[in-house]
Design a protein around this ligand. Structure first.
Ligand SMILES: C[S@@+](CC[C@H](N)C(=O)[O-])C[C@H]1O[C@@H](n2cnc3c(N)ncnc32)[C@H](O)[C@@H]1O
Length: 542
């Protein structure tokens, strides 16, 4: 079945109509139907021609024809009759593939669309058929190793070719001139450049084509050839006639974000950017199964402010099925997790309730073995007094894939948030971070307190509130001056953050006087005397 679209002037004879139609129809043509603009459907010559052959004749309103995508729209025709195409649009409106594009024969214009064979519908896919309401199907083409033809050599062609090359396509650029970047890609063998105007036959063997010349006539010719050869073709000028539409795209890991914006590319790009930004900072949660295989991500959550977790850490949280969390770190982020995410409290309170490390290790391994994506959310950095490496070892021994996402350690960040740099040119060229968990002299202590007493630089003590008096005594006993400045910072980065200034000799009294409780970081050394305003030193608090 063929649908012949007809555009004609008034007063055309039946002979003229039939001559034009016969010129484009194959012989034998099989069943034929004629279609035209409704204001022409009563033209005597047309009615007579249809009657002589026994062909049905249908008229369509201009606004309906205007909604049909055609290879060769005409502004002049649109101005005259209200639709940029009569013959092609009328032929295509009944469904089918354009077989013969707009052909002018005397005072008659004809176009032919071949309709699906009802007996073999699968043999006649409806490619090229469009309706006023059609929207592009966002199919993802796998173009790696497949021939793609880009017609044009300017900026639009360059941009299109870059995307196609990124998809691994074998790109052939057809254009007398190209941008320097395209020329260099051709010289490097990344694409083929045919340095001449487009010619019929260039699309042979192509899976996809991009008409990007900026010349509407050439782009329309490329599209018409592509339609004939059943090659999907996009136009960079955004013509709705094209059989394909390039979306604006972006990548987030192995996810591809593609937005079809129709005639509003700016809106499409804005949506694409919003999605990518959300995926990048983890505010857009994408929970993905790891193909039945669980995993563990050890995430350093930073000192507590949710803004001080890394982007990668936030991304991991956004994809977690289970979060095993400490009491330190960004607690507000836990509240923002959706209800389906299981949160397990694995806090170790200083000298208080504490989940055994073996239990934590088992939790990580067992949840991952059950196919879940587990995030172990820890305060600061997982490998700074965080037992993160033990958890990594447990997972590795169990064959669980494990990733480490470093965090901002409180050892540096908490002093910094109180305006104290752990190094400062001219004051100190070193800083040592030490655990005060075990006091000097404890049989299991691995710290050389004598060496630290001789240290001239910055000493940062973590987990050292209860042991501070013993540590201060040891440091002074091993040579550190009693009036060495000390800064104590509690609840760093949280709304209750507090900083106290004192000296090594006065540290025990200061802690008692101010009722200091963990978590606290204290800093020994000249830097502890610097002010957050950067103007010299602060007076000690006594
Ligand atoms: C078990 S350690 C964990 C350290 C952590 N992995 C890191 O890199 O910051 C806990 C100690 O870190 C320090 N700490 C952690 N967060 C803190 C905060 N927000 N304010 C003050 N000290 C903090 C305290 O000394 C606390 O006792």
């Amino acid at each position: 079945m063929r649908s012949v679209g007809i555009g004609l002037a008034s007063g055309v004879s039946a002979a003229e109509v039939l001559a034009a139609v016969d010129a484009v129809l194959p012989d034998p043509a099989g069943p034929v139907a004629l279609a035209t603009l409704d204001s022409r459907v009563r033209e005597p010559g047309l009615v007579d021609a249809a009657g002589r052959r026994g062909w049905p004749l249908t008229g369509h309103p201009a606004e309906v024809l205007a909604g049909v995508r055609v290879p060769a729209p005409s502004g002049a025709v649109a101005r005259r009759v209200g639709t940029p195409s009569v013959a092609e649009a009328a032929a295509l409106l009944t469904g089918g593939v354009l077989e013969v594009g707009k052909t002018v024969h005397g005072r008659v214009t004809v176009a032919v669309a071949r309709l699906p064979d009802p007996a073999h519908p699968a043999a006649e896919p409806p490619g090229g058929t469009v309706t006023p309401h059609d929207a592009p199907h966002p199919v993802g083409l796998r173009l790696a190793g497949r021939r793609v033809v880009v017609v044009g050599g300017g900026a639009a062609a360059h941009r299109g070719a870059a995307g196609l090359l990124a998809a691994g396509a074998q790109v052939a650029v057809v254009s007398p001139d190209v941008t320097p970047a395209l020329e260099s890609a051709a010289a490097a063998g990344r694409l083929t450049w045919c340095a001449r105007p487009y010619a019929a036959g260039d699309l042979t063997g192509a899976w996809f084509a991009l008409a990007a010349t900026g010349d509407p006539d050439v782009d329309a010719a490329v599209l018409a050839d592509a339609d004939r050869e059943r090659v999907f073709c996009a136009r960079t000028d955004g013509s709705p006639a094209a059989s394909a539409e390039l979306p604006v795209t972006g990548r987030a890991g192995d996810l591809v974000v593609a937005v079809h914006g129709a005639d509003d590319q700016r809106a499409a790009a804005g949506l694409r950017d919003g999605v990518l930004a959300g995926l990048a900072d983890g505010t857009l949660a994408v929970r993905r199964r790891e193909h039945g295989r669980g995993s563990v991500v050890l995430v350093g959550g930073g000192p507590g402010d949710p803004g001080l977790i890394t982007v990668r850490g936030r991304q991991a949280l956004a994809t977690a099925d289970v979060v095993v969390a400490d009491h330190l770190g960004p607690q507000p982020l836990l509240a923002s997790l959706p209800p389906e995410v299981q949160i397990i409290d694995a806090s170790k309170l200083p000298r208080g309730r504490s989940m055994a490390q073996e239990t934590i290790n088992d939790l990580l391994v067992n949840h991952a073995r059950a196919g879940r994506r587990v995030v172990r959310l820890k305060g600061g950095d997982p490998f700074v007094f965080g037992r993160g490496y033990e958890e990594l070892q447990a997972c590795t021994a169990a064959g669980i894939p494990v990733e480490v996402v470093p965090g901002i350690t409180s050892a540096v960040a908490v002093p910094a948030l109180a305006g104290i740099p752990v190094t400062h040119r001219g004051l100190t060229h070193e800083f040592v971070v030490v655990s005060g968990h075990l006091p000097p002299g404890h049989p299991q202590s691995l710290v050389d307190w004598a060496a630290l007493g001789r240290l001239r630089g910055t000493l940062v003590v973590l987990m050292g509130v209860d042991t501070a008096p013993a540590i201060a005594t040891a440091l002074i006993g091993h040579g550190r001056a009693p009036d060495t400045p000390v800064a104590v910072v509690t609840d760093g980065s949280t709304p209750t953050q507090r900083a106290l200034r004192t000296t090594l000799a006065d540290l025990p009294a200061t802690l008692t006087q101010h009722g200091v409780r963990p978590p606290a970081v204290w800093v020994v050394g000249e830097v502890a005397h610097l002010t957050s305003a950067g103007r010299g030193r602060v007076a000690a608090c006594r």
